[in-house]
Design a protein around this ligand. Structure first.
Ligand code: BDP
Length: 330
């Protein structure tokens, strides 16, 4: 007999041991997380903390890796991949979600929020839930809304104080027609373009400038090629940490609880880091020679947005209620 001398008990325990070793390996999940930012960025630290907490609390049943710097693809590509479950989790600006989920466009309407503080409260309340419901219909579960502050204009030509200063200006925007309309309403020409291409495009004068929050303006070195930063704060677009619905559906209820909790914790961490980084980024760009100007009178910029709202509501009449929910949120 081939197994002569290999006692029944030893044989049984060898099989049991093999099962113990094999089971977690067979079931261990290995997630891929998409991130557009550099490693040292509040979003990136939030995502790393999220993944670490999930791995720890599931006792290693769920592992994963965050791929930074957009190496898994551009934002629009990543949206498709997470909807298909090819990417398991990701952190997005809600800006590029607009063409996919009309609810997401509500927070891309210029000047929709009264302040960063009001944005936080709205996103943590009923308006944020309405938005999450819209995203879920498109295949992703929102785990928390990260902070991205407010976006302002920057360019290589000179300071902007009035919409007239933007006449004919070529401005890069995120991939969303709403932003094209926004720039047109201010008299400029918008070019939708991937985040990764902006630096080179400003440098070679393909565009005159772009718009973003201080940490992105700084971390991408855009300030080196577009040294006029005009504080318009025309867009306060929150960001969202999502998990693919396809991935979510494979989890046990216990695992789902862990993932939800880790999402909330990482959101709190990210918001703290964000506030610190924003201040630091302003120091860095000023030290780098950037001329920062406050736009004293934002009224003409706000008033110019009327046709943008009208067009959006004409195209999405069923979004009127959500727009009002956000606008009237105290
Ligand atoms: C940054 C967002 C990032 C966007 C980027 C952009 O955090 O998600 O991709 O702006 O302008 O502020 O494309």
């Amino acid at each position: 007999m081939a197994f002569r001398g290999f006692g029944a008990t030893a044989f049984a325990s060898a099989i049991a041991l093999a099962a113990v070793v094999a089971a977690p390996m067979a079931e261990a999940k290995d997630w891929r997380g998409w991130n557009i930012h550099v490693e040292d960025y509040p979003v990136s630290h939030g995502m790393e903390a999220f993944m670490a907490e999930v791995t720890e609390k599931t006792g290693g049943e769920i592992k994963g890796k965050v791929f930074h710097n957009g190496v898994l693809g551009s934002q629009p590509d990543a949206i498709e991949q997470v909807r298909l479950g090819i990417i398991d989790f990701a952190e997005f600006s809600l800006g590029p979600w607009g063409p996919v989920a009309p609810e997401a466009n509500v927070v891309s309407l210029p000047f929709i929020f009264k302040s960063i503080d009001q944005m936080h409260r709205a996103m943590d309340g009923a308006p944020g839930e309405a938005l999450a419901a819209g995203l879920e219909k498109k295949g992703v579960i929102a785990l928390g809304y990260y902070d991205a502050g407010a976006r302002s204009f920057y360019n290589s030509k000179g300071p902007i104080n009035t919409p007239e200063d933007m006449t004919g200006m070529k401005v890069r925007v995120m991939n969303n027609d709403l932003f094209v309309d926004m720039i047109a309403a201010l008299g400029g020409n918008a070019t939708p373009m991937a985040f990764a291409e902006v630096y080179q495009s400003i440098k070679t004068n393909v565009v005159d400038g772009a718009e973003n929050n201080p940490p992105s303006y700084e971390s991408t070195a855009h300030y080196e090629v577009a040294p006029y930063y005009s504080i318009s704060e025309h867009l306060i677009i929150p960001e969202v940490l999502v998990i693919a619905k396809k991935t979510w559906d494979t989890l046990t209820p216990e695992q789902q609880e862990i993932v939800k909790e880790a999402g909330k914790n990482s959101t709190m961490l990210q918001r703290e880091l964000w506030a610190e980084r924003e201040a630091k980024s302003m120091e860095v760009v000023k030290a780098g020679g950037v001329e920062v100007n406050m736009i004293e009178d934002k009224t003409p910029f706000q008033e110019a947005m009327a046709p943008v709202y009208e067009k959006y509501l004409a195209e999405n009449p069923d979004m009127k209620e959500i727009v009002e929910l956000f606008q009237n949120f105290e």
